[in-house]
Design a protein around this ligand. Structure first.
Ligand SMILES: CC(C)(COP(=O)(O)OP(=O)(O)OC[C@H]1O[C@@H](n2cnc3c(N)ncnc32)[C@H](O)[C@@H]1OP(=O)(O)O)[C@@H](O)C(=O)NCCC(=O)NCCS
Length: 175
């Protein structure tokens, strides 16, 4: 039988499940402060969770950002996590694709991500060099900065990504 995965927006009561999810999925990295802060950003953040057998097994957040000197609406994808026991079952792809659909309907122009191109290329993300991240990336991470055009605007974007406070921590971009 094909298992049903439900996707919904996160709610304040999900925070306890996020603690376990992020500790398990990222044993060497503490993304919980970022996850908690993003939950407090209101409608500027689209935060989706995947539920299987009543358990929260995946999470992704998309933060509305700007480009310095431009009025275009863009978003930043992250963080993204799937419970280790449920990885490689399509859950990550499901919630990312659902989030991208929301952003397209919200007239976003582009989505940015700092992540492994081997994973994000499946959604159409490509290396980005016209819009720069808010902090200079280590040389070895340059290829991890990617963007996806959502097709809402044909004009190419240029400039520096401007991010809200939860993302204004150098360590998120440099270590
Ligand atoms: C990355 C992650 C979110 C993917 O979620 P998922 O539900 O396992 O992914 P899907 O089932 O949709 O896709 C699985 C595919 O992604 C690949 N994949 C999984 N993690 C990957 C990674 N870190 N880098 C590259 N490819 C990855 C798998 O090899 C698999 O490839 P295949 O389809 O060719 O077999 C999940 O594995 C995870 O939480 N990992 C630990 C945290 C992490 O590294 N997050 C950062 C993402 S860059």
């Amino acid at each position: 039988m094909i298992e049903k995965i439900a996707i919904r927006e996160s709610v304040p009561g999900d925070v306890a499940s996020f603690e376990k999810l992020y500790r398990d999925a990222f044993p060497d990295e503490d993304l919980l402060p970022l996850v908690r802060e993003l939950q407090g950003e209101g409608p500027a953040v689209v935060s989706l969770v995947a539920i299987a057998d009543k358990a929260l097994v995946g999470h992704v957040a998309f933060t509305t950002c700007g480009i310095v000197g431009s009025a275009k609406k863009v978003a930043l994808l992250g963080p993204l996590a799937v419970a280790p026991a449920r990885q490689r079952q399509g859950i990550g792809s499901l919630i990312v694709r659902e989030g991208l659909r929301w952003l397209k309907n919200a007239d976003m122009n582009q989505v940015y991500v700092l992540g492994d191109p081997a994973y994000y290329s499946r959604f159409g993300f490509e290396p980005e060099d016209r819009v720069t991240p808010p902090y200079q990336l280590p040389q070895e991470w340059r290829g991890a900065w990617q963007s996806l055009d959502l097709g809402n605007d044909k004009q190419p974007l240029h400039g520096m990504l401007s991010v809200p406070p939860p993302w204004r921590k150098r360590a998120l971009w440099t270590s």
